[in-house]
Design a protein around this ligand. Sequence first.
Ligand code: PEP
Ligand code: MN
Length: 338
Amino acid sequence: MIVIMEKRATPEQVQHVVARVEELGFRAHLSRGEERTIIGVIGDERPLSTEVLEVLEGVERVVPVLQPFKLASRDFKPENSVIRIGDVKVGGDEIVVMAGPCAVESREQIFETAWAVKEAGAKVLRGGAYKPRTSPYTFQGLGIAGLELLGEVRETVGIPVVSEVMSVTEIDVMSRYVDVFQTGARNMQNYSLLQEVGKASLPVLLKRGMMCTIHEWLMSAEYILSNRNYNVILCERGIRTFETATRNTLDINAVPVAKQLTHLPVIVDPSHATGKANLVAAAAKAAVAAGADGLIIEVHPNPDRALSDGAQSIKPEALQKLMVELRQIAQAIGRRIA
Ligand code: PEP
Ligand code: MN
């Protein structure tokens, strides 16, 4: 990091900062300009908080040079990470579409949807068994029965499955039935859950919290990576803004920003980002054009009767049509969708 001294800083104050930097185990590089003195702190600064030096007298500002999300950053690993979900690779040239209902509701519903999304070209089936609902009085998911259906459908249809884990107590049982753990927007800052999925062996799809910055999102990824699970896929799913026309506001900027900062794949959820079925296709196309490595889309054979998120669920026919358009966009930017 770089310590910028105040204009009026005395030589004693500069000396004191240098001594403190050395005491902390770093080397100090002094640069005395006409206007002010700048001290370069040499060594791996990431465990060091800027506050330790900011409190010293004569210091105006401390500017970190390295990103605090060490393992997630491109400083640490310049090339893209490719995360494997069975035979599916997320983060390579191919853009991966994940699709399925918000929640597993019944055998008929999940089987019908799984066959339909696979047929449309989706590579991963989504479906919640544990649902984080705003109201405790609404459908909370089928729990274990839902997981068993997911286990059955992935075998029969031959498609890997992503499903949300809400609590550390669900990790063991879920790992028998699913291929990817989804951690939801509401749990992005549930650090004990992140640490535990970090110790698990399945990849993690880390959704961005609806009120969290990109920086905080990457720090959450760091909780998983620092527990040695390097298979993290980031998912932008819309953030809360003053706008009420849509359920959330798709932060399309987050895609290229995150791609610049991290080597991890970044996907987009146009369903929760918009909350409206008739906006999903536009948001999905924008995401692919912006460089997303994949999409996760809510699809239901009968959205009118869905037990959760029907208003933002598209029908299988709409997914089929959208895939044709997405393939064209992918091709235009030198990528592909199978
Ligand atoms: C979901 O995927 O159904 C869900 C609840 O997502 P989020 O955590 O983004 O709200
Ligand atoms: Mn949903």
